[in-house]
Design a protein around this ligand. Structure first.
Ligand code: GTP
Ligand code: MG
Length: 321
């Protein structure tokens, strides 16, 4: 007997055990399409804040999915929209820079809304990025019947055809009902380059704690406000310091944060009658912050006016844009 059969089986084995992959996939789409909710569902923890107000996400947020065969670094981006302010322009620039740099692009389209000019505009731009595989993700499938979903699948497929490219995959998901979320990860993984993991085991995001805390406060502040106000709110954490006079087994973290709005007239709405609204925002976000940091927190919130900050380059810089 020769040694051949053994050699062959070793070769076959090498073929079947696929190499480890790691890389970046970004989610793009119109505001409110469900990108951040999907990112959180894939990561299995809240790394990006979400709300039913458009333009909730204002910077790219990385969420990391660890698997045996691959590490997926998901880049959640702000919704791409027609900019009306300098902030809007900056956010769109961030999205364009991101999709030029990633290994896979996931275009998110909500199942419950007709494919509109905003979507077509985005997909047209994506068509120009020839080298990057693109996945169409129909989000929020729990909100529609199967007939409407089938129509949406056809519409997004036809749009790519019209623009002269083909989606690497088209997949319907519901992040809220956890339907097909892990299948999406299965589809993204093989499209990533061969690479060892890029982030340490256990890291779920690279967001700095201060930014996450500010975001959790903004998320609570967004709830229940309407019209222009959601866009006008920005939050900056000024300081996070352990209280010095506490015993080791009873720590307390003092967090000082400013909630910025654009006009003095908005102050009253944010603070609410007898300060009730602001107090609620504090109570609600404090719970999330304590869960995130694993320590009791004293949260000190102040409301300040940063006049027309969305249009003012100086103010934007001060607020971190
Ligand atoms: N029913 C349902 N609602 C969803 C689903 N995914 C997201 N939503 C809701 O859609 C709204 C927008 O979700 P986000 O994840 O904040 O959307 P986004 O695309 O990140 O929005 P921007 O950051 O503004 O671009 C929120 O109210 C979510 O709860 C889903 O799978 N099913
Ligand atoms: Mg978002």
């Amino acid at each position: 007997m020769s040694a051949r059969p053994n050699q062959e089986s070793a070769a076959q084995q090498a073929e079947t055990t696929s190499p480890h992959r790691a890389g970046f996939a970004c989610f793009v789409g119109r505001p409110n399409a469900g990108k951040s909710t999907l990112t959180n569902a894939l990561v299995g923890q809240k790394v990006a804040i979400t709300s039913n107000r458009p333009q909730t996400t204002r910077h790219t947020v990385r969420g990391i999915v660890h698997r045996d065969d691959a590490q997926l670094i998901l880049v959640d981006t702000p919704g791409l929209h027609k900019p009306r302010t300098l902030l809007g322009e900056r956010l769109n620039d961030v999205v364009r820079t991101t999709w030029a740099e990633v290994d896979v692009i996931g275009f998110c389209l909500p199942a419950d809304q007709k494919l509109g000019p905003g979507d077509k505009y985005i997909v047209k731009e994506l068509a120009g990025i020839k080298k990057t595989p693109k996945i169409a993700i129909i989000t929020k499938t729990d909100l529609v019947e199967s007939k409407a979903l089938a129509e949406q699948l056809l519409a997004v497929s036809a749009l790519a055809e019209e623009l002269g490219f083909e989606w690497a995959e088209i997949i319907p998901v519901s992040a809220v009902k956890d339907q097909q979320v892990s299948l999406l990860a299965d589809l993204i993984a093989p499209l990533l380059p061969e690479s060892p993991p890029l982030y340490p085991e256990g890291d779920l995001t690279d967001e700095p704690e201060m930014v996450m805390v500010a975001e959790l406060i903004r998320e609570a502040a967004l709830e229940g406000v309407r019209d222009e106000l959601p866009h006008s709110i920005a939050v900056v954490v000024e300081e996070m310091l352990p209280r010095t006079d506490r015993p080791a087994d009873k720590p307390l973290l003092d967090i000082h944060a400013n909630v910025y709005i654009e006009r003095p007239s908005q102050k009253g709405i944010i603070i609410g009658p007898k300060g009730k609204r602001l107090k609620d925002v504090g109570t609600k976000s404090r719970k999330h912050i304590e869960a995130l940091l694993g320590t009791p927190v004293f949260l000190d919130l102040h409301v300040k006016v940063a006049k027309d900050w969305q249009r003012d380059p100086k103010q934007l810089r001060k607020l971190g844009f």
